[in-house]
Design a protein around this ligand. Structure first.
Ligand SMILES: Cc1cc2nc3c(=O)[nH]c(=O)nc-3n(C[C@H](O)[C@H](O)[C@H](O)COP(=O)(O)OP(=O)(O)OC[C@H]3O[C@@H](n4cnc5c(N)ncnc54)[C@H](O)[C@@H]3O)c2cc1C
Ligand code: FES
Length: 301
């Protein structure tokens, strides 16, 4: 460490479990102690902001960008995990969380697909092949693939929740029915998804597939499943939670809610949980560290 004034230490013991975070701005290291997926114990994670390189970028649909990033983080990436990407514009302050959409076969590159929402993603959309990019990852718990063994699964994505479904579809074994919802006929990632399962489309304006949402596509096509994996906007996840309860099946939902630090320090992303955390004795979990994937029955959404 070159400059001791760059060291920031957070001790948070408020709700989602005691965390000790040490952010070292010059070394860009983040140490976080956080409960593991099952919330049954503490696991120490060290996350590092690191340089990566943009390999390619194209506009896949209006305001939707498809970027490949060369990074050794690809070696450890799991479906449902995400990266934090740092805008160069320092006035934006916080890194932006974006899901891992695909991992290249040689595990040396990651794909992200994102919608331009504001300043951060607007800046990312201007990057070209060869540009350096600061990222941190891989973050979050990811989808529990082993739960699908011997089962027929729904893999569901809505809007910007579609991208993580691709790597999930690649890695999940068994019968996969991929049900994805879009605003209109710009059905980005459709051809990629079709390689890994039967794809059912819903669009809000009816320009492709079922008119309506992913639940309408399930009903219209008479689909059934024993387990659900899903990512998308909150109303979609609430409908999936209700559907799973009604059909007595498990649903694993990824909550892509607003985040700040992304590593468990700020408590800006807590969700209410059914169970009390064994460590902190509160009914809260941080989406960025305990999630973003939760069994639907575990969280109040
Ligand atoms: C775990 C996780 C994974 C994500 N994966 C993806 C992905 O794969 N592709 C993708 O396009 N986006 C994804 N997002 C959302 C993405 O992080 C935001 O769109 C992005 O941070 C917006 O940054 P910005 O600077 O462009 O916009 P800002 O200027 O920060 O915000 C612009 C507008 O977008 C809204 N916004 C910001 N964050 C979110 C959010 N999380 N959900 C809904 N609205 C938001 C703001 O309220 C504001 O109205 C993910 C979010 C999380 C938490
Ligand atoms: S605790 Fe800071 S974003 Fe989750």
């Amino acid at each position: 460490m070159k400059n001791h004034t760059d060291v920031l230490i957070f001790h948070t013991q408020i709700c989602a479990g005691a965390s000790q975070i040490c952010l070292m701005a010059d070394a860009n290291l983040i140490f976080a102690s956080a409960p593991s997926r099952k919330r049954s114990g503490m696991e120490i994670r060290m996350k590092q902001k690191q340089k990566a390189v943009v390999l390619s970028q194209r506009e896949a649909a209006p305001q939707i960008y498809d970027m490949w990033i060369g990074t050794d983080l690809a070696a450890q990436a799991m479906p449902g995990q995400f990266l934090c990407i740092y805008p160069r514009d320092k006035s934006t302050l916080l890194p932006r969380p974006i899901s891992i959409c695909e991992v290249r076969e040689d595990r040396k590159a990651l794909r992200i697909v994102y919608r331009v929402a504001g300043r951060g993603t607007g800046e990312f959309s201007q990057y070209r092949a060869g540009d350096a990019i600061d990222i941190m990852g891989t973050l979050g718990n990811g989808f529990p693939l082993e739960e699908a063994a011997g089962r027929k699964a729904f893999l569901m994505g809505g809007g910007i929740g579609v991208p993580p479904v691709l790597q999930l579809a690649k890695e999940l074994d068994g019968e996969k029915q991929i049900v994805v919802g879009y605003r209109d006929g710009h059905t980005f990632l459709r051809e990629d998804l079709e390689k890994y399962g039967s794809v059912y489309i819903a669009t809000e304006d009816g320009s492709a597939g079922t008119k309506g949402n992913v639940m309408d596509a399930i009903a219209e096509n008479g689909l059934e499943a024993d387990i659900i994996y899903a990512c998308g906007p909150m109303p979609m996840l609430r409908a999936i939670k209700a559907y799973a309860a009604e059909h007595h099946i498990k649903a694993y939902i990824s909550l892509e809610e607003h985040m700040a630090c992304g590593v468990g320090a700020c408590l800006g992303c807590v969700v209410k949980t059914r169970e009390t955390d064994s460590h902190s004795h509160v009914n809260n979990a941080r989406i960025c560290t305990e999630g973003p994937v939760f069994e639907a029955g575990e969280v109040e959404i």
